[in-house]
Write a protein that binds this ligand. Sequence first.
Ligand code: FE2
Length: 219
Amino acid sequence: MSDHYPFENLPLPYAYDALEPYIDEQTMHLHHDKHLQNYVDTLNGLLKDSPYLQTMSLVQLICTTSRLRPQIGIPIARNAGGVYNHRFYFNNLSPTSSAGPSPDLLVAIQCAFGNFTAFQEKFSHAAKSVFGSGYAWLVCGPQKELSILTTANQETPLTLGRYPLLTIDVWEHAYYLKHYNKRADYIKDWWNIVNWDWVNAQYMLCMKPNCGKIFWGDY
Ligand SMILES: [Fe+2]
């Protein structure tokens, strides 16, 4: 994985039409090849004259930008966030529906939300409630507790001290060609293509004692 400068737009882990009929092929082309590519290219342009920043991973950049001058820190945060969020989003989708949450994750979901259906309803409501552009997330906190949060634009849960497990991109470019302005329909379709194997793997990382180091690295 290109985890430092120059960043690459990694290929999708499935074919562009693989998420049909829930997400259409044209949307996947535009989303990956145009929107994500633009974040990658802009981020590389912002870093081209900063050798110190070029050694940092994507996560390190995201968690460092608040300590930089706003003129450079804000655009780097927006574009590094755009790359991170989109990579996470594409990876947490799959054309082959997996079995669902692992037994351990299911227990954690039940503890946090009552049951799986209540979790889905709360997550969907959060995704619908995002004003404008952003994401809804299932995250794991410092005490290993699960919660749902939303982020605006390309902000990430990482800067809030939360480890992401699952996300839905609710920018209109993620669904408008197929679902028009009906975000609720997109969210309903999206549940059919969640890559629970990916989500379960993220949860296992969170449960490790050194999970902060795994997510954020040494810096
Ligand atoms: Fe997007």
